[in-house]
Design a protein around this ligand. Structure first.
Ligand code: GLU
Length: 452
């Protein structure tokens, strides 16, 4: 591996000790870039990697809001404007008690490459707060969002930084934040936030985009493997918005999602989550705020496995594994089970759902195809960029228009990743290919814009 990469990794570890998630993603991305770095000695002279791993700007702020019992609550807010070489910083806001700087930096670093992969003019950023939306009333969520935006508004804008949702931050939260932004700047500057509700500046298909896009990508993988999604049984984790999109599209194309998971365990439904009633129930379960997936098993009379993940299911029950929940959902023990069980398709959907050792292990399995989340889940942010384009044009596109672009973007990402890996002699390596394409686009723009 290139000595330059080794040196940058060592410096990054020293500078960012105590930020494990961030270091995990930097290691994963940088180690896969060796052939590109070796082919471009000018990058080292321009300290390109050192500049890329350092966010352009990190904003940390206090968020004070009034709860329903009349007490003032204090949370910490973040926005990391990671890399703006390709366009306005773009990426979601995560509201979850686990949020800290390491998590926001890992998400921002990933986002930079993901956004570049879409081929659209967007840079990478990410933000959030350690606010826990679970169990909060609507009024509390509104006051938190208003307080969050009261600080954030000065750092964002349609040509500066356009945040969107992520875990714990959906339509409702984005709408509240957009309302506060509009009041503060005194203008209908729609493009400063994406993921707004339809009819409130939001794009049709944004809610479906991440899940549908993941399935479009999967279909490309299957096509190249000489197979189709019809009849395929898919295990997913989580039961939120992304799962809803994946489940719907898989059902529409004749496959079936057979598991869901939550903090309490996983459910296995051999008939598949294919009916409208079951899909609607997923949404109900999410909106209940109970954060329990056992409710599904109770309602539809299927198996519930308390405290377990679905990754140990054998090839007699599952053909494709798609982690859709959160980071580090699949560790080495789960990866070993998948390999021993003869699972052939491992398609990441959530951001960094696999630990680095587990990912390395899975990539080494001869009969396993591995696809990386920064490519597979890129359709969400891509439709956010399309939302910005619609806002700039002051009009709405139809669902069919957006869906056609989603197909085009996801096919483009798959093809570009596949070709890049082959060009650098790495064979059919979708993980390295995605890193290389994303990196190359950001690198070209940064080199062209001069050193600063
Ligand atoms: N949070 C989503 C992501 O990880 C969406 C970001 C966006 O739409 O800007 O890509």
């Amino acid at each position: 591996m290139s000595k330059y990469i080794d040196r940058v990794l060592e410096e990054t570890r020293k500078k960012n000790a105590g930020e494990p998630e961030f270091l995990q993603t930097v290691e994963e991305v940088l180690t896969s870039l060796a052939p590109v770095i070796d082919a471009h000695p000018e990058y080292e002279k321009a300290s390109l990697l050192e500049r890329m791993v350092e966010p352009e700007r990190t904003i940390e702020f206090r968020v004070t809001w009034l709860d329903d019992s009349g007490h003032y609550q204090v949370n910490r807010g973040y926005r990391v404007q990671y890399n703006g070489a390709l366009g306005p910083y773009k990426g979601g806001l995560r509201f979850h008690p686990s949020v800290n700087l390491s998590i926001i930096k890992f998400l921002g670093f990933e986002q930079t490459f993901k956004d570049a992969l879409t081929g659209l003019p967007i840079g990478g950023g990410k933000g959030g707060s350690d606010f826990d939306p679970r169990g909060k009333s609507d009024g509390e969520v509104m006051r938190f969002c208003q307080a969050y935006m009261t600080e954030l508004y000065r750092h964002i804008g349609q040509d500066i930084d356009c945040p969107a949702g992520d875990l714990g931050c959906g339509n409702r939260e984005i709408n509240y934040m957009y309302g506060q932004y509009r009041r503060l700047v005194g203008a209908s500057e729609f493009g400063a936030l994406s993921g707004k509700s339809v009819g409130n500046g939001g794009s049709l298909m944004r809610a479906e985009a991440t899940g549908f896009g993941a399935v479009y990508y999967l279909c490309e993988v299957l096509k190249d493997a000489g197979e189709s999604i019809e009849g395929k049984r898919i295990a997913i984790s989580g039961f939120g918005n992304v799962c809803w999109g994946v489940t719907r599209k898989v059902a529409e194309l004749g496959g079936k999602v057979v598991t869901l998971s939550g903090p309490d365990g996983y459910i296995y439904d051999p008939d598949g989550i294919t009916t409208q009633e079951k899909i609607d129930y997923m949404v109900e379960m999410r909106n209940s705020g109970r954060d329990k997936v056992q409710d599904y098993a109770d309602r539809f009379g299927c198996e519930f496995h308390a405290g377990e993940k679905p990754w140990g299911l054998g090839a007699d029950k599952v053909d494709i594994m798609m982690p859709c929940a959160t980071q580090n959902d699949v560790k080495i023990e789960s990866a070993k089970k998948m390999a021993a069980n003869g699972i052939r398709f491992y398609i990441e959907v959530a951001n960094m759902p696999t630990t680095n050792d587990a990912l390395e292990f899975l990539k080494k399995q001869e009969n396993m195809i591995v696809a990386p989340s920064k490519a597979v889940n890129a359709c969400g942010v891509a439709v956010s960029a399309l939302e910005m384009a619609q806002n700039a044009e002051r009009l709405y596109w139809t669902a069919e228009e957006v869906d056609a672009k989603m197909h085009q973007i996801m096919t483009g990402i798959y093809q570009a990743s596949k070709e890049a890996a082959a060009r650098y002699g790495l064979g059919y390596d979708l993980v390295a290919g995605a890193n290389i394409v994303g990196f190359q686009r950001v690198a070209d723009a940064m080199m062209a814009q001069g050193i600063f």
